[in-house]
Every structure is written in C-alpha cells, then in structure tokens.
Design a protein around this ligand. Structure first.
Ligand code: PLP
Ligand code: COI
Length: 340
C-alpha cells in the first residue's frame, strides 16, 4: 500500500482494507457487516451465477485541497440501483442503506483516497447479487448487497486526451426492449466480444448504434455519448442505454454555462455535423473523441483536428472536476462528505 504511485494509477483493482456487506433474508435487510476478506461464500446454485441476478454501481470519491473527501451524487446511484433491482426482480436496497454502506466503506478506507492533485480518485463499487439457490428460472429469495472501493486513475489510458473509437455493427450490448437501461452484468458480458475486436484494431472502445434499426447513436462502450454543435450539447435519449449520472450533470453544467441542451434520438448522419464529440461517465469522466471509424461502411468522422480536446468539452470537464475536487463550490447539492 505504502508504495501506491498515485499519479500513475490505472483503472484497476487495488486491494483496500475493508468492504461492507448486508444480507437480505426473508425479505428483510440485516445489519451492515464490515469485512476484510475479499471473498464471498456463495451457494453454487445462486441465481446471480445462473440467471444473471447481478447489479452493480460505480461512483467516485475525491480528496480536496482541504483534505476533505467528497462523494459525487451518491443519491443518484442509489436511485439507479433501485431501478435496476426492480428491473431484474431483485430485493431493493433502500437509499439509507446504500448511503450508510458507501460512506462506511469510504471512511474505513480513508488511507486509499488518493491525495489532491494526483488526478486519481477512489472508485466505489456497490454490488447486489442473488445469493439464494434456485434451479428453476425465478428470482432468488436471498440477496447480498456489498460495497468495495479501490483507488483508480483514468479509465482510458489517454486521460483527458482525444481517443479513437469504432462503430460496432456486428454486436449489440443490449436488446431493444432488453436490459440496456439497467446496470446489470449481462450487458457488459454482451459487450466483451465487440470490445475485444475494437481493442485489437487499435480503438479505445466501441460506439453502439440503436439495436433495433441501427439508425441512431446509442452509447460509447461504458460511457454515454455527446456531441457539440452551435453552442448546443446534444446527447442521445434511448431505451437501450444506461442513464449516465455524469451525462445528467454535464447537461446541467452546459445549461448553466449558457449552452442549449438537447437529449433526443441522435441520427447516425448527425455525427458528421458535430464540432466536438465525447464519451462521458464516472470512469471515463469526459473522454474527448478524435475519430469515429465505421469500418463496415468505410466512414470516418473526425473531430479535434489539432489533436486537442475542443473548447466546450474542456470547459465542461474543468467545471465538473472542479466541483468534484471541491475547487469550486457545489451549488447543486451533488457532493456529500463521509466525515460529516
Ligand atoms: N453507460 C454505460 C454502459 C456505463 O457502464 C456507464 C458507467 O457507469 C455509463 C454509461 C456512465 O454512467 P455514469 O455517468 O452514471 O457513470
Ligand atoms: C463507471 O463508469 O462507473 C463504470 O461502471 C464503467 C465500467 C468500469 C463498467
């Protein structure tokens, strides 16, 4: 631990001191348990293993110049996990339990919250799984909710530098009326093949089109997509994408900076009209896009002609990060302090 190189951390797993857990049995949540083991004892017929009853979340905590720790938009992650649980018939984690678990996990691992100014943060991973044994296809009668944390650096090794991404036409991460709007493991399993192909061809990630017609933009790997044109922030609305909390925040910031905001289906051809494009998410923060390559139909869309992030993406990035780090006040009520 003492040798963590905060400035060169990648987005990976680092063991921390504690995780917290809570079981739901007979329809009731028990007490929060604090564990140092990284392992779970699980029944081999647990529904999470066989029928994908698995939901997770991702949020971050940041250390400020004042040394205080700030967690970003915890209540929104609690709400999204609530929706996911309903969507795949799991026990719902009440917001209060979610908050206590996240704040406890941060407090107990305070020494792993990266120092201010390193660009690193503490990634928080809440996980909800069906632990009850079933062989027929049905929801479990027991669940485990747990939270672990790990210090991370940028998701894309480039950091806040433009990346190239590839349109994926042979695979979808979600079905038109499927689970794309929930944060369930199955969506990520479905994305692995296309992700590997994109990586193999030298791209940072994939750009998914709407799975029904392939006419509209869906999202960019583990992040939402946005484009900028004429002082307007444009981002897809779609039933098969994850409602990104970062995207929601950027829409608010863009609006408050005097930009227009449009959240609507974004036709594929509109890619040619954007002045800037980017991917956004907790892990990705804002990752500017330099090039979108669509090898199957031989099209390329280029942004950042000078190789640098565009001015709107840069302003939005700086504003978001300043609020998260506590360099600027948070007028929105997005920040919570685990030490409060
Ligand atoms: N889309 C997908 C598929 C994701 O996995 C994520 C990450 O959570 C996002 C978008 C971005 O969502 P958020 O900003 O809430 O992290
Ligand atoms: C996030 O941005 O929090 C994610 O979950 C992305 C990925 C690591 C799944």
């Amino acid at each position: 631990m003492e040798s963590i190189d905060w400035r060169n951390l990648s987005f990976g797993y680092v063991r921390t001191d504690y995780n917290v857990r809570c079981y739901n049995r007979d329809g009731k949540w028990g007490e929060l348990e604090i564990m140092s083991s990284e392992y779970i004892q699980l029944h081999m017929a647990a529904t999470s293993l066989h029928y994908g009853q698995e939901a997770f979340e991702g949020l971050k905590a940041f250390r400020g110049k004042d040394n205080r720790v700030r967690v970003f938009r915890l209540a929104e992650n609690a709400k999204r996990m609530h929706n996911t649980a309903l969507g795949i018939k799991m026990a719902v984690v009440p917001e209060d339990l979610f908050r206590r678990a996240v704040l406890t996990a941060i407090r107990l691992n305070d020494r792993f919250v990266p120092p201010y100014g390193t660009g690193a943060s503490l990634y928080i991973r809440p996980l909800l799984i069906g632990t009850g044994a079933e062989v027929g296809v049905k929801p479990a009668s027991e669940y485990l909710f747990m939270v672990f944390v790990t210090p991370v650096g940028p998701y894309f090794k480039e950091g806040f530098k433009p990346v190239d991404i590839m349109v994926c036409r042979d695979y979808d991460r979600a079905a038109p009326l499927g689970t794309g709007c929930y944060k369930v493991g199955g969506n990520y399993a479905a994305s692995l093949m296309s992700l590997e192909i994109a990586h193999h061809k030298g791209f940072s990630t994939t750009l998914y089109l709407d799975p029904k017609e392939k006419k509209y933009i869906d999202e960019a790997g583990p992040a939402n997509f946005f484009g900028i044109r004429n002082n307007c922030y444009i981002t897809p609305s779609s039933k098969s994408i994850l409602p990104s909390i970062t995207n929601m925040s950027l829409q608010q910031l863009a609006w408050d900076m005097g930009m227009q905001v449009e959240c609507r289906p974004v036709p594929y051809d509109e890619l040619a009209t954007f002045e800037e494009a980017g991917a956004c998410g907790t892990a990705a923060v804002i990752t500017p896009i330099r090039k979108i390559v669509d090898p199957d139909i031989n099209r390329i869309f280029e942004y950042c002609s000078d190789g640098k992030p565009g001015p709107f993406s840069t302003r939005l990035y700086q504003k978001l990060v300043s609020i998260q780090n506590g360099d600027e006040p948070d007028p929105y009520g997005w920040i919570e302090h685990p030490d409060a």
